[in-house]
Design a binder for this molecule. Structure first.
Ligand code: ADP
Length: 391
């Protein structure tokens, strides 16, 4: 059994996989960690349990997860010894990690260093890893990085037009995110198209709360729309996406904004929410579109910008790869509503090659994390002890 853990700042999601069955036996989430009203939601065998819990930190969350998985009534395993490996989603692997890796003391040190590049996501992942080292001592752990898949980008795609010393000094470059999702759906698309991945030119579009696209040239990421942080690229629920950096200075001066405030505006108050003035959720925007007046107009504009950017990146990535076999859509906005995908496909008819397929492929990052974890612990040397210390 492989336990997949995805720790955010106030949540810990989990899935327990029997890797041979490609299906989770149980899944759930501890939410509002560190707050007064923490909850645990657990699903297994068609039953859902939702209960209030006391959870002050990620250590307690992992304890709760292990407790419910081995619970007599709601659990699916009789003891934690049935867990053979733990896979963690880690957002930032910097330039060091090109693939998933067994977690050692050295890997932990690196994840800590990359926390500076991603102070929001890497620290909770580390807490999850440390908690598992303690609660599930002796079980090997694997880190699966969101940035790893994009490490194949060529320098022309990842170096910004800044003084080169800033790349050398601070590692300022495009990293790209959602890598596990892009890798998973590219593989699935090849399987569905019944063609080898290393012969395909694909564009993958992850359209969820965060949105990003990738040019996947013969199985390798050649470019991606998110950059140094997840702010670059497509317009998203609350993030602006691509923007002239001069707007930032101008706005800071005009509105007397602090760096923290402008960062909040670009990350939390822009995108679909900012343009529509209504909501960051595509469902609400589509509903608003059916109404009348200014609200409907602004909802229409938000959708137009959203789609325009997707089309622009499809054109750019087709040019980058010198061809295009399929455009693969995934995540909440694509998976739950065919309307947007159909509109993009219709508007690009005659622009892309006739044989180019437009397809929706549900993403499953957790399954890929479970598979990577299973493979890595299977081939690790048995004699060496790579486990991180618990203290
Ligand atoms: P995350 O990026 O957090 O994993 P998801 O992939 O679950 O997010 O996508 C969430 C988004 O999917 C929501 O914000 C919403 O905009 C969109 N969504 C969900 N259902 C629909 C639907 N029926 N129609 C359009 N958009 C939807």
């Amino acid at each position: 059994m492989i336990l997949v853990i995805n720790c955010g700042s106030s949540s810990a999601k989990y899935q327990l996989f029997d890797v041979k069955k490609h299906m989770p036996l149980a899944r759930g989430v501890v939410e509002r960690i560190g707050q007064s009203a923490s909850t645990l939601r657990h699903q297994a065998g068609g039953d859902t349990l939702h209960r209030k819990v006391s959870c002050k930190d990620h250590h307690t969350a992992i304890n709760l997860i292990v407790g419910i998985l081995t619970d007599e009534r709601y659990g699916v395993i009789s003891s934690k010894d049935e867990i053979s490996g733990i896979g963690h989603r880690v957002v930032h692997g910097g330039e060091e990690f090109e693939e998933s890796t067994l977690i050692t003391e050295k890997v932990i040190r690196s994840i800590k260093i990359f926390s500076e590049l991603d102070p929001l996501h890497n620290p909770p992942s580390l807490s999850g890893i440390m908690a598992c080292s303690k609660m599930l001592e002796g079980i090997p752990q694997v880190a699966v990085f969101d940035t790893a898949f994009h490490q194949t980008m060529p320098p022309a795609a990842f170096i910004y037009g800044l003084p080169f010393e800033y790349y050398k000094k601070y590692k300022i470059r495009k990293y790209g995110f959602h890598g596990t999702s892009h890798r998973f759906v590219a593989g699935e698309a090849a399987r569905l198209l019944k063609r080898p991945l290393n012969k395909l030119k694909l564009i993958t579009c992850h359209l969820g709360n965060g949105c990003s696209m990738a040019a996947v040239d013969r199985g390798k990421s050649a470019d991606t729309s998110m950059g140094f942080t997840p702010l670059e690229g497509l317009m998203m629920g609350t993030r602006s996406g691509d923007l002239d950096p001069a707007v930032v200075f101008y706005l800071m001066k005009k509105e007397r904004l602090t760096p923290r405030r402008i960062s909040d505006i670009l990350n939390k108050e822009s995108g679909l929410l900012g343009v529509s003035g209504e909501s960051n959720d595509m469902r609400d925007i589509l509903k608003k579109l059916r109404g009348k007046g200014e609200g409907a107009k602004r909802a229409g504009l938000a959708i137009d910008i959203f789609i325009y950017r997707i089309k622009k990146y499809i054109g750019a990535y087709q040019a980058v790869m010198g061809g295009l076999d399929a455009v693969v859509f995934t995540a909440g906005i694509s998976e739950n509503n065919p309307w947007l995908v159909n509109r993009v496909a219709k508007e690009l008819k005659g622009v892309v090659r006739k044989r180019t397929k437009f397809m929706v492929v549900p993403t499953n990052e957790e399954l890929l994390i479970a598979r990577d974890t299973h493979q890595i612990i299977d081939r690790r040397p048995q004699t060496e002890d790579h486990r991180p210390k618990t203290s």
